[in-house]
Design a protein around this ligand. Structure first.
Ligand code: PGA
Length: 261
């Protein structure tokens, strides 16, 4: 059984999809399905250019705003980068960090991720740190070792008192965008390992509060099986979060409502 202190969290990662205009439409479609009361916490992560447009639409709704990344300094000569305080002022609450697409395409290292985690904490944001092995690492029997290393290095320098505000997303690279999700058994095993590592590093009380999400080909077909795992505290959804009705079902929303254009 998941302790009540870990309220389930569902985040939609829109990646590099939508312009500010189409993001508003998608957000409105999602909001049309939101019931007054939610059992799960829900957030959507549009691209940076759509945050300011989508944020005000979420005001007064239970859906929170998330960003897909931030830079590790708060301001300065860092052309093209976006800082924690900028996101905070735009109404962002959650920020994804160390997503495998950033690790792969932009060479983000665990050291960079750890600096970003601290920047997010400084800005009063809730970091969602992504970790996960690729297919070659899994086939070589190194999945646990890779995840453990990414996790501990990404959390280096994090003060104990801030662990309560941390979320981890276990996202096996081979499951992202492939339609091949991890099995409930594989997710359970890796989530348990992640919790043990956090417990060893920060103590049992603090570890109990950290939500561990699963990500990688989550759909309306596998959400129930995944959420039934005691160690799965929520999900990070990519592709399916761009389909309003499916995302609403994954998030556990009620009957569809009306969509204003
Ligand atoms: P997916 O992506 O749901 O499309 O597999 C998940 C993610 O990358 O966060």
């Amino acid at each position: 059984m998941r302790p009540p202190i870990r309220r389930p969290l569902v985040i939609g990662n829109w990646k590099m999809h939508t312009t500010a205009r189409t993001a508003k439409h998608l957000a409105r479609e999602i909001l049309a399905h939101v019931p007054a009361r939610l059992d799960r916490e829900v957030a959507i992560a549009p691209p940076f250019t759509a945050l300011a447009a989508v944020g005000p639409l979420l005001d007064g709704s239970p859906v929170r705003l998330a960003a897909q990344d931030l830079f590790w300094e708060d301001e300065g000569p860092f052309t093209g980068e976006i800082s924690g305080p900028m996101l905070k002022e735009t109404g962002v609450e959650y920020v994804l960090l160390g997503h495998s697409e950033r690790r792969i395409y932009l060479g983000e290292s665990d050291l960079i991720v750890s600096r970003k985690v601290q920047a997010a904490m400084r800005a009063g944001l809730l970091p969602v740190v992504c970790v996960g092995e690729d297919q070659v690492e899994r086939d070589a029997g190194r999945a646990q070792q890779v995840v453990r290393e990414q996790l501990l290095k990404s959390l280096e320098g994090l003060p104990d008192a801030e662990v309560d505000r941390l979320c981890i997303a276990y996202e096996p690279v081979w499951a992202i965008g492939t339609g091949r999700s991890a099995s409930a058994a594989d997710a359970t095993e890796m989530h348990a390992l992640i919790r043990l590592e956090i417990e060893a590093r920060f103590g049992a009380d603090r570890s109990e509060r950290v939500r561990i999400l699963y990500g990688g080909s989550v759909t309306e077909r596998n959400i129930d099986a995944l959420m039934a795992c005691a160690e799965v505290d929520g999900v990070l959804v990519g592709g399916a979060s761009l389909r309003a009705l499916e995302f609403a079902r994954i998030a556990g929303f009620g009957a569809p409502g009306r969509v204003d254009s």
